[in-house]
Design a protein around this ligand. Structure first.
Ligand SMILES: *Cc1c(COP(=O)(O)O)cnc(C)c1O
Length: 234
């Protein structure tokens, strides 16, 4: 199957899942995760109409965004981010899905200003953020426990240069995805009760996006089902 065919298949799958869930597919944004793939693949996706792309490693994302700077792409950062890379990440990312601790909130917020307190000119003035939930007990997975999500969300919302859009999660392999995504929806409801504008849910990947849509996901992060498994362009 070609890249165009895989993209069409997933787009159709999203549309079907939205219909089954009684939702409007226009309320669902598909982000194509291009990690491990060369910039040329992103260019090919762009030619097929894709505008939202996701990356999970800072150095790789930074290099690709620089190489493709002339394209009108929205770069979503979806991986673990070291605080000392926050300033650099803000230079290309319009959205960070993986805000998982207070020190990162501070670092991302500070990155809107130069060390002398002037507005930093090379960053998006307001960065869209999701707080990442950890649906497991393993701290290495990244994200905060559901019990701590409201507190972290409030910290993001209090930063003038950050815009809290919602919650993000990865379904654990060892759990039924629909059950895991129901917990994400419940966490989203709690966040929205204090920050009503944080309406987005970033959830759903190649193998579980239909379940995520059924539980209210607004942003899907889809890699291999579209890009294929190996780092091959086209
Ligand atoms: C790689 C990745 C995805 C995409 O995963 P696929 O199974 O290839 O669709 C989504 N979210 C995150 C955080 C990822 O790292």
């Amino acid at each position: 199957m070609s890249l165009a065919e895989r993209l069409a298949l997933v787009t159709e799958g999203i549309s079907d899942a939205a219909t089954r869930a009684g939702r409007d597919e226009k309320d669902i944004t598909m982000i194509v995760v291009t990690k491990f793939h060369p910039a040329q693949l992103v260019r090919d996706l762009y030619d097929l109409g894709v505008r939202d792309v996701g990356e999970n490693r800072h150095q790789e994302a930074e290099a690709k965004a620089a190489e493709l700077a002339e394209l009108d792409l929205t770069w979503h950062f979806i991986g673990q981010l070291q605080s000392n890379k926050a300033r650099a990440a803000r230079k290309y990312a319009s959205v960070v899905h993986s805000v998982d601790r207070s020190s990162l909130v501070t670092a991302l917020g500070n990155a809107a200003f130069t060390p002398s307190g002037e507005p930093e000119l090379n960053v998006v003035p307001v960065l869209d953020c999701f707080v990442q939930l950890n649906l497991t007990q393993d701290p290495a997975r990244g994200g905060v426990q559901p019990a701590d999500v409201v507190e972290l969300a409030e910290l993001v919302a209090a930063e003038p240069s950050l815009n809290l859009r919602g919650v993000m999660a990865v379904a654990p392999l060892e759990e039924e995805p629909r059950v895991a995504f129901a917990r994400v929806r419940a966490a989203s409801d709690r966040v929205r009760s204090v920050i009503p504008t944080a309406t987005y849910i970033s959830a759903g990947m190649s193998h579980d996006y239909a379940e995520a849509i059924a539980e209210g996901a607004t942003h899907l992060r889809i890699g291999s089902a579209i890009t294929g498994n190996g780092p091959v362009a086209g």
